[in-house]
Design a protein around this ligand. Sequence first.
Ligand code: MN
Length: 224
Amino acid sequence: MNLHYPFTLMPLPYPYEGLSPQLDARTLYLHHDKHHNAYVQKLNQLLAPYPTLHRWPLERLIAQPSLLPQPVRRQIPWQAGGVYTHNLYWHCLAPQGRPLPPGDFSQAIARAFGSLSGLWEEVQKLAAGPIASGWVWLVCDRQGALHLAATQNQDTPPLHRVCPLMAVDLWEHAYYLDYQNRRADYLAQIFPLMDWQRIASHYRYGLQWAAIPQPQDRPPSPRR
Ligand code: MN
C-alpha cells in the first residue's frame, strides 16, 4: 500500500465472509469496496492538482490542515480521515478474534479499565452518546496511558498528541444490513472479533512513538 499519493485501497485482511455471522459478506463488500474505496479515490482526485502534497503521508494530510491549499483545506482531511480510519478498523478485527496477549498492553488495560470487558463497557457508553456518524477510539498518550475517545464524521483524535490503537466504526453503513439501527447489538457482537494481538502491536508502536522527542508545537505558517 502506498504511504502517499496515489493512495491505494488497502486489501481486506480476510475474505468477505471472514467476519460472519457477526458481520456478513455483503456488509464487508459494500463497506470495503464501496465506502472505503470511495475515500481513497476522492482523496486522490483532490490531491492530483497539488504535486507539493504528493509525498505527504495520511497523518500529515489529516493533522496539518492549515498547511493545505485553501480550496481543499476542508475536503482533504475529511477524505484522508476516511482512508486512515478504515485502514485501522479492518486491522482491529479478525475472524474469530485474537485474544489479549499478556504484557505491557494487558497491564495498561488493567490500569485504565480494570479488564477488557471493562474497556468494552466504556466503548458502549461512548457509542450511546450523541454521535450520529463517527468513531470510538482507543489511543495511548505520550506517557503510554490508554484513553477512549469519540469523534464525529471521519475525524481522528489529535495525531500530534496521541497514537490511535483501535478504531470502531459507528457509521450506520458498518452495521445497518446486519443490525439495522441497533448500534449496541453491533458492538456487542463484534467484541469477540476484536484482534487484541494486533491492537497490542499498535500499542508497542505507540510506545516507540511516545519515546521520540517532539519539537515544540509551533503555529504552522499558512501556504498562500
Ligand atoms: Mn465506515
